[in-house]
Design a protein around this ligand. Structure first.
Ligand SMILES: CC(C)(COP(=O)(O)OP(=O)(O)OC[C@H]1O[C@@H](n2cnc3c(N)ncnc32)[C@H](O)[C@@H]1OP(=O)(O)O)[C@@H](O)C(=O)NCCC(=O)NCCSC(=O)C[C@H](O)C(=O)O
Ligand SMILES: [Mg+2]
Length: 307
């Protein structure tokens, strides 16, 4: 079977904001924020005694007003916890764009969620996202991603969780994430091999925007599609770093134009002002222009203050 060349989803996922679903004020704020996706968290940001109240909050929020133009993801508690099953019942009732499973260790974890969604007759549009944040999750990243190729799999995206991974491994937080980069790249390889998306971990020090910028630049260079965020102040820089800039758009448009010339029919490789361009660059250029178009449409819909 051919490997998919592009992520299965072409959605914008530059900025993926986590919102503790226990907090109605923060939930309400998501309507006015310019993030691409929102993770409604039922897991680590919610105290054990508040889990039931949180599910009620989230149900009321989903039923109050649609969250226009943003992907909606619900992060559940693990199925091995006493809250996981009730969280999945809520997912089946609310039908978000995706359910995010924490602490995924092996392919069976994904299959179990897939089975629950199928048993609940959840539409195919309800996808599965996986937190890769345990030593076993990193070691099994490729096998977990491969589970996304099985018939009917809904697996769509990996989100790295470095808080848990640091806790489990003892790696210290350091600028540049020197000792974590090999594991992060393992995640990138796994998602690219199986056509999934990759979202980089949260950055805890949300007042330190310079350091956040540096981490976004690094994550973009590594190949991540976007970043999981914890605070609204992180949205604008994430959108900037993970969105194509004007020169990248111009270059992509030039590649598309070059291959649209009938003179390139039957050619896989052309000379563009002294630089070799292959048809594989055309696929990348088309993806980039597609994303740029989505961003432009968003800006147009929102007016001059959106990023
Ligand atoms: C970290 C916070 C607790 C800080 O909150 P707060 O003290 O309220 O910050 P501010 O006063 O600066 O907030 C300014 C306004 O912005 C709103 N706000 C803040 N955060 C959010 C948010 N995430 N979504 C929506 N709105 C937000 C405040 O309500 C203020 O609004 P207003 O009152 O109108 O001025 C807080 O930011 C927070 O709770 N963040 C998210 C925490 C979270 O989701 N944690 C789970 C994800 S982390 C993770 O997954 C780790 C991973 O698993 C791993 O292992 O690595
Ligand atoms: Mg975690």
């Amino acid at each position: 079977m051919n490997q998919p060349a592009l992520p299965r989803s072409m959605n914008l996922r530059r900025s993926v904001l986590s919102v503790p679903a226990i907090n109605p004020r923060a939930l309400e704020k998501t309507h006015q924020l310019d993030c691409d996706a929102v993770i409604f968290d039922l897991e680590d940001s919610v105290a054990p005694e508040k889990k039931a109240e949180t599910r009620e909050n989230l149900a009321a929020f989903f039923r109050s007003k649609p969250l226009d133009g943003k992907e909606r993801i619900i992060r559940i508690n693990g199925l091995g916890t006493s809250w996981g099953r009730a969280d999945m019942e809520l997912v089946s009732a609310l039908e978000p764009d995706a359910v995010l499973l924490p602490k995924v260790n092996e392919p069976q974890d994904i299959m179990a969620i897939g089975d629950l969604l199928a048993d609940a007759d959840a539409p195919d549009e309800v996808r599965i996202w996986a937190m890769i944040e345990t030593p076993r999750g990193i070691l099994n990243a490729a096998a977990i991603a491969e589970a996304g190729r099985t018939a009917g799999s809904r697996l769509d995206c990996f989100v790295v969780g470095l808080n848990d991974l640091r806790k489990e491994t003892g790696v210290l937080p350091q600028p540049g994430r020197q000792y974590l980069v090999p594991w992060l790249m393992q995640v990138i390889l796994a998602v690219r091999a199986y056509g999934l998306c990759a979202i980089d971990s949260v950055f805890n020090d949300f007042k330190n925007i310079d350091a956040f910028d540096a981490e976004c630049a690094e994550a973009r260079a590594m190949g991540f599609d976007g970043k999981m965020l914890i605070h609204p102040a992180q949205i604008e820089p994430a959108n900037r770093y993970f969105g194509p800039d004007a020169s990248a758009i111009a270059e992509a448009e030039a590649i598309i134009k070059a291959f649209a010339d009938p003179a390139t029919d039957g050619l896989n490789v052309i000379n563009a002002d002294g630089r070799m361009i292959e048809r594989l660059h055309l696929v990348q250029a088309e993806t980039l222009v597609h994303k740029a178009r989505l961003i432009a449409e968003r800006l147009k819909a929102k007016g001059p203050t959106a990023n």
